[in-house]
Design a binder for this molecule. Structure first.
Ligand SMILES: Nc1nc2c(ncn2[C@@H]2O[C@H](COP(=O)(O)OP(=O)(O)OP(=O)(O)O)[C@@H](O)[C@H]2O)c(=O)[nH]1
Ligand SMILES: [Mg+2]
Length: 402
């Protein structure tokens, strides 16, 4: 699937960190059964006939091209192990001539096969040490202490003492992440025959203006009549920035005087949007730190003005969060929730950061839907959030597993 590939590429930093970390964790303990076979095969290696070598070549090819689909892989492993077993028995009746031939040509052939099979046959018993290692790894990718220990506790409950290989371990973690990410409801949908008002809030530089430009384009393509309000009157450059997006997306924009009251711009924008029978008004606000009370009061005023014109609005109040802020996003959501009554989250800058886990921690904590994710600076770098795909990509699973 195209989107899976894109998500995988963009979330590379986070998923490769988790993927490599989990592989290292499983790597710490080799599969005992496999080791035993491995040793036996080192002995039997000296007694292999040419026919058997051919068989092994076939096996090797199969291993190299094998899909990592679970069922297929397990079958392959079983096949490989029974093959080694067969070799051992067969080798006892091999002639001396063959032994000499093989000894001469033994180019670490088994070792190569063993290496490729080893990766998928290594297992580790899920004990407390391993659980601690998993927890540390989750914390390092910004899932946060509370969410990481929540996930680890659940894994412990359901899988303690089980021998897990790397894919099983990833699946176990992935399904816990999926449960968290799938829980919240979606944001309020666009209703026909009325003006839908969406307010965008967040701290400075989180990506509000850019994201509004991207959404405007998407919603226009969805057939909605969209209009923008530049309620960030704080900086002249902010209005200019939104007007570039409005031109890019071919969507009108309402603005006010520089340094004018943002609430007055919002008032004007709602009036004009109603008059023009627009479907969707997207309001850009100035970035404000959640601990600056005067700026938060300004936001309260904007909301009061909106409610005066439509008591059911804003229909969505979306906080735009920057994934690179890490765990700080939690306090942003907490305080903006109190002031603005958030209905959803957009997480930007997930591309290139190894902190993608922050999405999981913020969802687990606030149970707010992730409306979109920002995966770059361009107009099309905004994707619908798919909890299923995300929970696979983030741990480095392929699309066809689970
Ligand atoms: N890599 C990446 N950069 C992004 C993304 N979204 C926004 N940006 C960049 O982040 C920077 C800030 O984006 P803005 O849209 O200006 O952020 P803002 O929240 O409107 O900022 P203020 O209005 O100053 O509060 C810009 O350089 C954007 O190009 C994203 O998903 N990925
Ligand atoms: Mg802005």
């Amino acid at each position: 699937m195209k989107f899976f590939k894109k998500l995988k590429e963009k979330l590379f930093s986070t998923s490769s960190k988790l993927n490599n970390g989990l592989e290292e964790i499983v790597d710490k303990q080799k599969d005992e059964i496999f080791d035993q076979d491995n040793n036996e095969n080192e002995d039997s290696n000296n007694h292999i006939s040419s026919n058997m070598k051919e068989d092994l070549r076939e096996q090797k090819k199969e291993i190299e091209t094998v899909s990592i689909k679970d069922g297929k892989r397990n079958k392959l492993i079983e096949k490989q192990l029974s093959f080694f077993e067969k070799n051992k028995k067969k080798s006892n009746i091999e002639s001396d001539e063959n032994q000499i031939e093989i000894q001469e040509k033994k180019p670490n052939f088994f070792k190569k096969i063993i290496k490729s099979v080893e990766k998928v046959t290594k297992r580790r018993k899920l004990d407390n040490t391993m659980l601690n290692e998993i927890e540390d790894l989750l914390i390092s990718t910004d899932l946060g202490v509370a969410t990481s220990s929540f996930i680890v506790e659940k894994i412990k409950k359901e899988n303690f003492s089980k021998e897990l290989d790397i894919t099983q371990l990833k699946q176990v973690i992935s399904s816990e992440i999926y449960e968290i990410m799938n829980a919240p409801k979606t944001i309020t949908e666009i209703k026909d025959g009325q003006l839908n008002i969406w307010l965008f809030v967040g701290v400075n530089g989180s990506g509000k203006t850019t994201t509004i430009g991207k959404i405007a384009k998407q919603e226009k393509e969805n057939g909605n009549k969209v209009i923008l309000a530049a309620a960030d009157t704080f900086r002249a450059a902010a209005v200019e920035q939104l007007s570039i997006w409005s031109e890019r997306a071919g969507i009108p924009m309402i603005k006010g005087e520089e340094k004018s009251d943002p609430a007055s711009v919002v008032y004007k924008a709602i009036e004009e949007s109603k008059r023009g029978k627009y479907d969707l008004l997207l309001i850009d606000t100035a970035g404000r730190l959640q601990n600056k009370t005067d700026l938060m009061e300004e936001l309260e005023k904007i909301i009061r003005v909106i409610k005066k014109q439509d008591p059911t609005a804003p229909h969505n109040c979306i906080i735009v969060l920057d994934a690179t802020s890490g765990q700080n996003v939690n306090s942003q959501v907490e305080i903006f929730s109190k002031t603005a009554g958030l209905t959803g989250i957009i997480m930007t800058k997930l591309d290139g950061t190894a902190r993608g886990g922050v999405l999981v921690s913020v969802t687990n904590k606030f149970n707010l839907p992730i409306y979109r994710i920002g995966l770059g600076e361009k107009i099309d770098d905004l994707e619908i959030f798919d909890p299923k795909l995300f929970s696979k990509v983030i741990v480095g699973l392929e699309n066809d597993t689970i």
